[in-house]
Design a protein around this ligand. Structure first.
Ligand SMILES: CC(C)(COP(=O)([O-])OP(=O)([O-])OC[C@H]1O[C@@H](n2cnc3c(N)ncnc32)[C@H](O)[C@@H]1OP(=O)([O-])[O-])[C@@H](O)C(=O)NCCC(=O)NCCSC(=O)C[C@@](C)(O)CC(=O)[O-]
Length: 347
């Protein structure tokens, strides 16, 4: 079990840090998971996934206690075919009051498509909206931004400013992403100042939170610490989230470092689903099951997501996609379940 309060000692300070005033006591009950499996997890799959499977995935995730689930994208189906049909998913999936179901929007056309969907499907008074949140995304490098959205970072920020304004005018919350915070598959090592500038621009246009994407999964605990330390005094930590692909198996260590810097929101993907279509070789996000196991502690809040239920969803979706379960915790729990049931049968 992790101790309730996590503090880095002097011995563990990332190199180059003389003072560590941002290391602070974190109440682990404050940690929030944004489940991105239905969007980031599925967008890279090679075979077409029927909408019914995507809807069932979201419904099952709803029942685990996860309360923030990214459910799709209003992006060009020519660029990311797997995200076609997000409007249908929004209108057919179950919604839990108080939960958030963000969808990715790259431009005004995407936002208008979402607004038309909301208008065409009014919900009864008192029922939760189809969604109350969009996510906009940019990158730290022009090269990645061009590959992902066919424009430079400056052009994407100019485009997103109007999108964020209009979304907020329609009562939608806006979350932001910055991709390639450490290494860009096209431009190499990224200057932290580029990450900081992009994140500051997103916060400046009204994003309530910016999720920092280690798209290529190259961060380690020390680099994570140095990156977050470089943002001190420039970006409000409580408005930052970490979106950590687990390509090099470092995501949990990077979460531990991020927690010590006061970051309390982490994106994760059930079963470790995913990759990024514009980051060749990148694997999925850190698995939700692994994050829950990592954070588990003796007294969990009553409404915390349930690890066993999330692991069962990870098993189910891995079978649906005919792929190995990428969550180590998920695999360990499945093996334990099998062993217990064999023992029960032979008793
Ligand atoms: C941004 C564009 C559209 C620009 O793409 P473009 O080709 O420059 O767009 P355009 O404005 O020239 O339009 C071209 C065609 O796309 C259509 N179009 C235009 N906009 C839309 C829209 N919103 N929805 C549906 N269709 C759209 C438009 O109507 C037109 O259709 P046509 O006349 O040829 O039939 C494109 O590059 C795109 O969709 N990119 C999305 C890429 C994407 O989804 N990437 C993955 C998500 S980001 C990610 O995974 C990283 C993250 C967030 O997880 C964090 C991390 O890990 O780093």
């Amino acid at each position: 079990m992790l101790c309730r309060n996590f503090r880095l000692t002097k011995l563990h300070r990332p190199q180059g840090l003389r003072s560590y005033s941002s290391a602070q006591n974190i109440n682990l009950s404050d940690i929030r998971i944004v489940e991105v499996g239905p969007r980031d997890g599925l967008q890279n799959e090679k075979t077409v996934i029927p909408p019914a499977v995507k809807i069932e995935l979201i419904n099952r995730l709803n029942r685990t206690g996860l309360r923030h689930i990214e459910v799709g994208s209003f992006v060009s189906p020519k660029w990311v075919p797997q995200m076609a049909g997000t409007a249908e998913i929004l209108t057919k999936m179950e919604r839990v009051p108080g939960s958030h179901y963000p969808v990715l929007v790259p431009n005004m056309k995407g936002l208008e498509m979402l607004l038309r969907t909301l208008e065409a499907h009014p919900v009864p008074a008192g029922a939760p909206p189809l969604t109350d949140e969009i996510a906009v995304f940019t990158a730290a490098t022009d090269a990645f931004s061009q590959a992902n959205t066919n424009c430079t970072v400056a052009e994407s920020l100019a485009r997103l400013e109007g999108v964020a304004q209009k979304a907020r005018d329609h009562g939608l919350r806006v979350r932001g992403y910055v991709s390639v915070i450490d290494t860009c598959p096209y431009a190499g090592q990224v200057d932290p100042a580029q990450v900081k500038n992009a994140a500051a621009a997103l916060l400046g246009m009204g994003c309530y939170e910016v999720s920092l994407g280690d798209t290529t999964g190259t961060l380690n605990w020390l680099k994570t610490g140095n990156l977050l330390a470089s943002f001190r005094d420039a970006l409000p930590t409580h408005k930052l989230a970490m979106h950590l692909h687990d390509t090099f198996g470092q995501a949990l260590a990077n979460i531990a470092t991020s927690v010590s810097f006061g970051v309390t929101t982490f994106d994760a993907s059930v079963g470790g689903l995913g990759g990024c279509p514009y980051s060749p070789g990148a694997t999925g996000n850190v698995a939700t099951e692994d994050v829950l196991y990592f954070l588990q502690r003796p007294s969990l809040p009553a409404d915390a997501p349930d690890l066993a239920s999330v692991a069962a969803v990870g098993e189910w979706i891995s079978q649906q996609l005919d792929r190995p379960n990428a969550s180590r915790t998920g695999k360990a729990l499945a093996a334990r379940r099998e062993r217990d049931s064999t023992a029960a049968e032979s008793a």
